[in-house]
Write a protein that binds this ligand. Structure first.
Ligand code: ZN
Length: 574
């Protein structure tokens, strides 16, 4: 960060100091009224501070309660609940005085989705070495269609264990070693190598450790199918999340010319153990071999067939966009984009209480509410920030970040003109914290801004507390990072005020095990919105600092997204 930015930031932040903080009283700094940043932030710091008081728990509560209600039927993409939620959110933006942010003066940026509903067979049989093994759908395997066609089929294809299924030249890692895998079914481990900090960022899960990479990697080899071996540590969630997320209609953006396999499946660890045992092999021993650069694919001498009828439907969903135009005649062509996904899983498999509505209250009505509260505060400034602010409530996130991916391919600001993306996905429902989680910390110049502001809040910024779960690649900021935009995803802290140290982690783990992507992710009036107010304030001040700074944020040198940023900046140079 250059010196000018630092000054602008300090000034934007000093307004926060002036308002103090209940937990940690802070000595107010004298606001410098002559600072362009302070003035542009809204006529001086006290004004920006006053506007920040618009961030209220009750306002957020109303929004969460509304769109997680059963009437919205879990906001499945393309459903009437999805449409109703979009309409409600556009109304909320209009109430706040935002301008429609999509092309043609519309609130909605519509996109097509292909809904794929594979009739998964009740059983899946594997033959070899004079034996036969039959796995049960739901309990032992989940199989989806890899193609947007009315039938997905593999016939007498051979199973090959391919370790992690990763090709990463920058780590001199290639699990395929040039072996011809055309027409095979690849049995793959989840996650990426995590025992060496120099290799695949150690315990941090990279894109290589995500299921979407695995299936794409298999398709690139010409494989007809891919089976990921589920373990809770390597996936970051229990098998029930696979069961509920991979059954029913799966949505994708319309297929392009990317390679595709017929079948994309998961099996439980025990089933994988039985599969490789047919070949007289031991799964633990195979996995040990795979933890090595010298690993080579292991044909199992087991063949399998699977055919599924697939129902294909075409529906539309939309991102809901609201704009606050910047006050600087030049910089208003650049934007800070706040995102939160408005969709959830819709109506699906009943849980044991017979509930079929996946309300998605925490995931992600809370994120939507925080972003709207931030917009309310920014709108309350007498003068808009120098750069524009785009509120982008994206659709179809749960199906693979589809709404944000569509936006990234069809942006309303050129990628090189997008200053930053600040994303909210899942709010803190348990109260004030001493810390806040910044997923993506250590990657860009946004770090120093967030650190300063959090400090003024009396809080510490921590990196992703569950780095092994790969959250940076699991929410919408990833779509922006891929087109080069420096991005931040703010998530719940774990160190709760007036609670024992381990309490926060217990709440988060319990949520993941019991409510995450389940019909029980429902609004509860006992939820505290105090933590969400703190996190929204952090996003408000961060957005203002970025929107008012002279320079755009940048990725740290050598970051995986730096090259994309330089390309995007090049493309908009006059
Ligand atoms: Zn989410």
């Amino acid at each position: 960060m250059n010196k000018l930015n630092m000054i602008a930031l300090t000034l934007a932040v000093s307004a926060l100091a002036a308002c103090g903080n209940k937990e940690t009283p802070v000595e107010p700094e004298t606001p410098v009224a002559s600072s362009p940043a302070a003035i542009e932030a809204g006529g001086g710091n006290p004004v920006a501070e006053q506007a920040s008081e618009e961030i209220q728990g009750d306002y957020m509560r109303t929004i969460v309660e509304e769109i997680s209600d059963d009437r919205y039927e879990g906001r499945g993409p393309g459903s009437r609940g999805d449409e109703a939620a979009r309409k409600y959110l556009a109304e909320k933006m209009s109430e706040l005085g935002l301008e429609p942010g999509a092309a043609g003066g519309s609130w909605e940026q519509a996109f097509d989705l292909v809904g794929i509903n594979a009739a998964q067979p009740p059983e899946w049989t594997f033959d070899g070495h004079g034996q036969s093994l039959t796995l049960k759908q739901w309990d032992q395997f989940i199989a989806g269609s890899g193609v947007q066609q009315e039938r997905a089929e593999i016939a007498d294809a051979e199973l090959v264990f391919v370790g992690y299924g990763i090709q990463a030249p920058e780590y001199e890692w290639d699990d395929y070693k040039g072996v011809d895998l055309e027409g095979k079914v690849l049995l793959m481990m989840n996650n990426d190598p995590d025992w060496d900090p120099e290799l695949f960022a150690g315990e941090t899960r990279l894109w290589y450790g995500r299921w979407d990479y695995k299936y794409l990697s298999a398709a690139r080899q010409g494989a007809v199918g891919a089976i990921i071996i589920h373990t809770a540590p390597s996936a970051g969630y229990p098998f029930q999340v696979v069961q509920t997320s991979w059954t029913g209609v799966q949505f994708e953006l319309p297929a392009g010319d990317e390679p595709r396999s017929q079948v994309a499946a998961w099996v439980t660890e025990d089933s994988a153990r039985e599969l490789v045992a047919m070949a007289g092999l031991d799964l633990d021993e195979l996995r040990e071999r795979a933890d090595n650069r010298d690993f080579e694919p292991v044909p199992l001498g087991v063949t399998t067939s699977l055919a599924m009828d697939v129902e294909i439907e075409r529906v539309q969903s939309a991102n809901v966009l609201g704009l606050i135009e910047g006050s600087d005649p030049e910089l208003k062509h650049e934007a800070v984009i706040y995102t939160a996904h408005h969709d959830h899983l819709g109506i699906g498999t009943p849980n044991e209480d017979g509930d079929v509505i996946y309300n998605g209250a925490m995931d992600n009505a809370t994120g939507v509410a925080q972003v709207l509260a931030i917009a309310k505060a920014i709108k309350a400034l007498p003068n808009a920030p120098r750069r524009s602010i785009l509120v982008n409530l994206v659709g179809a996130e749960e199906q693979g970040l589809l709404g944000s991916e569509f936006y990234a391919a069809n942006p309303t600001f050129a990628p090189g003109k997008i200053a930053a993306n600040l994303n909210y996905d899942g709010g803190n429902i348990w109260g004030h914290t001493h810390d806040v989680t910044f997923v993506g910390l250590g990657k860009s110049s946004i770090d120093s801004i967030v650190n300063l502001i959090a400090e003024e809040q009396g809080r510490v910024v921590k990196p992703d507390q569950f780095a092994d779960k790969g959250y940076f690649y699991r929410s919408d900021q990833f779509s922006f990072a891929k087109i080069g935009v420096p991005a931040m995803y703010l998530d719940t802290g774990t160190d709760f005020v007036d609670r024992p140290p381990e309490w926060g982690r217990q709440q988060l783990d319990h949520y993941t095990e019991v409510n995450y992507h389940q019909p029980t992710d429902e609004y509860d009036p006992s939820w505290s919105f105090d933590g969400m107010v703190d996190d929204a304030l952090l996003g408000y001040w961060t957005g203002l600092a970025i929107a008012n700074a002279d320079e755009l944020p940048s990725w740290n040198p050598g970051d995986e997204f730096e090259a994309a940023r330089l390309q995007a900046l090049d493309a908009v140079e006059d």
